[in-house]
Ligand binder design. Structure first.
Ligand SMILES: Cc1ncc(COP(=O)(O)O)c(C=O)c1O
Length: 394
């Protein structure tokens, strides 16, 4: 009785993994979670206080569909100051997280069969969101080092190309696209007249001085073709507050607002006030979190590279490492033979009680995705366990 649409979509494999780990935890198993896609930090105090204040003042009703003006103005200020691109408040719309913004944007631009090019490895949800919007995901491989392969993107362009969907800093690779490749992509967007959907949710998580670049800042022409998606979840440890936003041309934003008026009415009122505090208040808690993440990244990468069968590239951003685990193929322990990333993920969960997501969920078979959003203590313990489990294979 359920729709064909639902049958075309795969459930999120990262969410599935999270539920599985939660179940093991409930059974009293001491699983170390390297699968998590959210900061392990608490939402900073001043942000929570802003929501408490709003609640005590009775700010508990519907808000405008596109979000409160105060928040949209704060976003415009942020985009101007940090991303060097000027938007007006009516070129911004607030959604229930970046994921919901991505879907609303795709619904707003895609007609049946329109193609959306997705460079991979990519976040699990991208192809499914495109399918939900009746579009066709066109999967295009990145380069060997996971950077953007512009010539592969160019080859994939057809008359039906509606958008190219990118994510920098990238989940799951940690790659930060450089300005040059983004400029080349932007030039293609103008030449072939398509949108760039730019998911910038990990923009604050950049290390080693490599800056995040927003393609919308290149020129007015590019800004018109960019659908910039961002949100509070990762930068401010606010995943549960569900605040994302889209900045785009008025035409796209108006279309999204029509959809949102029927899908959402408006986003949680208190969360919007909290988001204003996040953007306009002190940035120090977020900055110190990022400094800590950089240390964790270095520690985890070094530990992974010391393990037999594992080889981990440098990662410049987000909070993930995507080591190549193919060196473990053909190895076995107690009758369990490792032949792919799913089997190794399963083996590590059973044998070492550590959870890492198979790379094939992100179109990166032969890899595992590790999140370093975990305390140093847990990381040390988890890496020790993994090392012992792998030693048994060799
Ligand atoms: C690349 C990417 N985009 C968007 C999201 C969703 O963020 P939000 O919590 O704002 O919906 C995630 C969450 O994991 C992500 O990894």
């Amino acid at each position: 009785m359920t729709s064909n649409r639902v049958h075309r979509i795969q459930p999120s494999r990262t969410v599935e993994m999270t539920s599985r780990v939660a179940e093991l935890k409930r059974e009293g198993k001491n699983v170390i979670r390297f699968n998590v896609g959210e900061p392990d930090y608490a939402t900073p105090e001043h942000i929570c206080q802003a929501a408490e204040k709003a609640m005590s003042q009775g700010f508990t009703k519907y808000t405008p569909v596109m979000g409160i003006l105060e928040l949209r103005e704060a976003i415009c200020m942020k985009l101007l100051k940090e991303n060097h691109v000027r938007y007006l408040p009516d070129e911004i719309t607030i959604g229930a997280g970046a994921k919901q913004c991505l879907l609303a944007a795709l619904l707003a631009i895609c007609n049946q069969g329109d193609e959306v090019i997705i460079p991979y490895p990519c976040w699990v949800s991208y192809p499914e969101l495109v399918k939900l919007a009746d579009g066709e995901p066109v999967m295009v491989p990145g380069r060997e080092d996971f950077t953007l392969d512009i010539s592969a993107v160019r080859k994939a362009i057809t008359k039906r190309t509606k958008a190219v969907m990118i994510n920098t800093p990238n989940n799951p690779t940690g790659v930060v696209y450089d300005r040059k490749s983004l400029e080349e992509l932007a030039a293609l967007a103008v030449e072939y007249d398509f949108y760039i959907i730019s998911d910038e949710i990990y923009e604050k998580f950049v290390y080693s001085g490599k800056p995040h670049v927003s393609p919308s800042s290149f020129s007015e022409e590019i800004r018109e073709r960019t659908i910039l998606i961002n949100g509070m979840s990762k930068s401010y440890a606010m995943t549960g507050w569900r605040i994302g936003y889209t900045a785009a041309s008025k035409e796209v934003i108006c279309a999204m607002n029509v959809l949102q008026s029927q899908m959402l009415s408006s986003v949680h009122s208190l969360s919007q006030k909290a988001a204003v505090a996040a953007l306009t208040g002190t940035q120090e808690p977020m900055q110190s979190m990022i400094r800590e993440f950089e240390k964790r990244r270095d520690y985890m990468r070094e530990r992974l590279n010391r393990m037999r069968g594992i080889s981990c590239r440098e990662s410049m951003g987000a909070f993930y490492l995507l080591p190549d685990i193919r060196g473990c193929y053909g190895k076995s322990y107690r009758g369990i033979l490792i032949e792919d990333d799913m089997q190794l993920s399963e083996y590590l969960l059973e044998e070492a009680m550590i959870a890492a997501v198979p790379g094939s969920a992100f179109f990166a078979p032969g890899h595992l995705r590790f999140s370093y959003s975990n305390s140093m203590g847990q990381m040390e313990e988890g890496m020790d366990r993994m090392e012992r489990a792998l030693q048994k294979l060799f």
